[in-house]
Structure formats: C-alpha cells, structure tokens
Design a protein around this ligand. Structure first.
Ligand code: 2IP
Ligand code: CA
Length: 384
C-alpha cells in the first residue's frame, strides 16, 4: 500500500536525521563550519547538505523502487550531484547494498569510512510500520500511480536541525507536544506530499516529526498522515487514534506566523483579537495547524515551496481544512487551493517555478477564512 510505504520511508528519513544529531562523530561533521580559507571551497559542500540530499535520495529510491510508475515524478528540493574536495562530481544515491552505499558516501565524505558506514547502515535498516509512532493506516485507496507526483522536503527547518537544541521554552521535554514550540528541534519535519498530476491537487501527505519528545536520553518521533481523494478522506488524527492529542481544540484564536511576517499584517490580526505566535519551519507551522495548536498559519510572501506544503496540505484537506493562496484570498476575494504542478510559465528557475507564489493561508476550519480576509483586506481592494 502506497500510504504505508510512504510512512515507512518517512521514518527511515527521520532515523537518518536523528542519527546525524545523536552520533557524536556525525554530529561533529554536522555543526562543523567551513573556514574561509578552506582549499577550493567551490568543491567542498557541507555535511548538512549531504544529510539533506541523502535523506531525499533514500526517499526517492524507496518510493520509486516500490512504485516504478511514479519514479519520474518524485521531486525534492535538492540536487543530488555532489562535489568532493578532489573536485569529483558524484551523484549521491541509495545503492543496492549497505556496503555499496557506504563506498559511494565515502567518496563524498573525503574518505571518512566511519561516517559513511554509520549513514549507510541507517539508509538500509529494515523497518516496518510497527516501528513508526503513528496510527496504523487501515484503508483501501485505489490510485493510478502513473498520474501521481510526489514532493519531498527531506529536512524542513534546516537551521533548527543544525543549531537547535530542545525546545527553548520546554524545561523537561517528556512529551509536551500540546505546547506550541517557538524554536528548537521540535520544529524540524520530514515532509512528503503526493498530488494529482492532472489537477495539481494535494491528495496524500506525511509529516514526520523526528524530534517530537526527548525521553530517557534520546529523541523520539511522531508521524502524522492524511488522505484526501474523491472516495477516501482519512487522517491519523481521529477520535479513537493513539496519536490523537487530547489537546486538539477547535477555535484557539491563535495564528502562527514566520518571524519575518510584515508588521502591518501582525497589527491587523491582533486588532481582530487573534493571539500571534511565531516559530521557524513552514512544515512545523502547518503541523501546528493540523493538530489544532493554531487556527491558521498565514504567510504573505512567496517564501514557501511546493515541497514545504504539499504533504501538510493533504493532511489539512483530510480534516476538512485547506491551504489557499494568500494574495487571491485577501486581494481578490477568491479562495484558490494551492496547486502542486510546477509553474511552467515561471521558466526553468527552480525557486521561481516551485514557490508558492502569492503566499499561503493554511487552516483546519473553513469558517476562519472570512474573518482573516476581512481583517487583512485593504479598503481599496476589490472583492468585498
Ligand atoms: C524553509 C524553512 C524555513 C521557512 C521557509 C522554508 O525550508 O521551513 O523555516 O521560513 O519558508 O522554505 P520560516 O521559518 O520563516 O517560516 P528549509 O529549512 O527546508 O530551507
Ligand atoms: Ca523546507
């Protein structure tokens, strides 16, 4: 089943992410700063980029191998071509065996067999659905795999992944997922979204939070999923779900924002009685909206990408929510769902053609959108 395969793939990604933070040897490489005078810096990429690329390529391999019809249409944020200190161009990928993958990684890692071995071991570890902290999917979904596209964000909130510690606001990190995190490793997510190539609509999504709680000296994750097709609408967050947070509320009056959001937007939202909270990580803010820590995640700029929002979008849709284009909603009074086809009119520039142009408004309950729009609409806008 595709959904189960994606959940397991996201867990493998989360395992690699955790391993790079928890293993001392890998962690040193992760936080290592490249010095200015490093020989030929053009050819030396950071280990953090390697971790990102390796996770992405492992996901692509796992999904593409099980669903060959989808292979061509699995896309991620990163290019997999890597240059090592010798100037060799190497395509990072998951190979047939752990030994082969380790050999390949060793070339990129400028001959660090220990790091290569540790990573390859995690890339090839056997996993089943029982290894994942999630509600086990129990649903028949019939899909034409050749008509599906996949967006992957291997590690969202990269900055927190490198520099983050436990949640800034959390004293003992037992399981405080009912609290909105304003920074730290909890804001890191692995995002996988499936969309319909013809309509561009998000239909299946996984949000894996590798650093959800810190217990007995190690991090534990949580995985959320949702499906929204013509015939199936279901989500890991249901009333009888093990992962159903008892704290899910409807109508929190909280809006979550990026730290870089415009002051005028913040002022208008506050004047409407909303409490505003800020956190890094587009994926985390969407997850906060999914689990009901916030009513809305709003972003007025075009600074998120298809790989950031496709997965969380499917989750929100499965709960009767949506993600719509900010500009259209606020300035044209049109609620248009974000579309996941690449914008061919934007040319070949990946940033331009893959960004969520015009900003986004993510919400779980549709009734909130009118209130937000009327607060933010300028007097001279059309529509009203
Ligand atoms: C980033 C990351 C940033 C987010 C930005 C994303 O992805 O989630 O935190 O900005 O939109 O593209 P902000 O934190 O202001 O919401 P990545 O970490 O994968 O580059
Ligand atoms: Ca991202």
């Amino acid at each position: 089943m595709l959904l189960e395969a994606l959940i397991i793939a996201s867990e493998r990604a989360a395992n690699i992410a955790r391993k790079c933070r928890e293993d001392e040897h890998l962690f040193k490489l992760l936080i290592e700063e490249k010095s200015e005078d490093e020989a030929n810096p053009r050819f030396v990429q950071d280990f953090k980029t390697l971790a990102d690329v390796l996770i992405q390529e492992t996901l692509k391999h796992d999904i593409g191998n099980q669903y060959p019809e989808m292979k061509e249409n699995i896309k991620g944020e990163e290019s997999n071509v890597f240059c090592n200190a010798l100037g060799e161009r190497i395509s990072v990928e998951k190979l047939e065996s752990s030994t082969q993958t380790a050999e390949l990684l060793s070339k990129v890692l400028n001959d660090d067999p220990e790091a290569a071995h540790l990573l390859a071991e995690e890339v090839h570890r056997d996993l089943t659905i029982d290894d994942v902290a999630t509600q086990r999917p129990d649903v028949e979904i019939s899909l034409n795999y050749a008509k599906l596209g996949v967006w992957i964000d291997p590690i969202d909130s990269t900055a927190e992944y490198i520099n983050g510690t436990k949640d800034k606001d959390c004293q003992d990190c037992q399981d405080d997922s009912q609290t909105f995190s304003t920074g730290g490793l909890k804001c890191v997510t692995v995002l996988i979204g499936v969309y319909d190539l013809e309509t561009g609509g998000a239909i299946m999504g996984i949000v894996n939070q590798p650093f959800s709680s810190y217990q007995d000296g190690r991090w534990r994750g949580k995985c959320y999923w949702g499906v929204y097709t013509d015939t199936v609408k279901c989500c890991s967050i249901t009333s009888d779900s093990q992962t159903e947070p008892s704290y899910v509320k409807v109508g929190t009056n909280v809006v979550c924002l990026s730290g870089s959001e415009d002051q005028s937007i913040k002022d208008k939202l506050r004047s409407g009685g909303f409490e505003l909270v800020e956190a890094p990580g587009a994926g985390y803010k969407m997850l906060a909206t999914v689990v009901g820590l916030a009513d809305v995640y709003l972003l007025s700029k075009s600074s998120t990408f298809k790989w950031d929002s496709c997965g969380p979008h499917a989750l929100l849709r499965s709960l009767s929510g949506d993600i719509v284009v900010f500009e259209d909603a606020v300035h044209r009074d049109e609620t248009i769902s974000v579309n996941y086809r690449v914008d061919s009119e934007a040319g070949t520039n990946k940033i331009e053609s893959c960004c969520n142009k015009g900003g986004i408004i993510a919400f779980r309950n549709c009734s909130i959108i009118n209130k937000i729009v009327s607060l933010l609409r300028d007097e001279n806008d059309g529509g009203a």
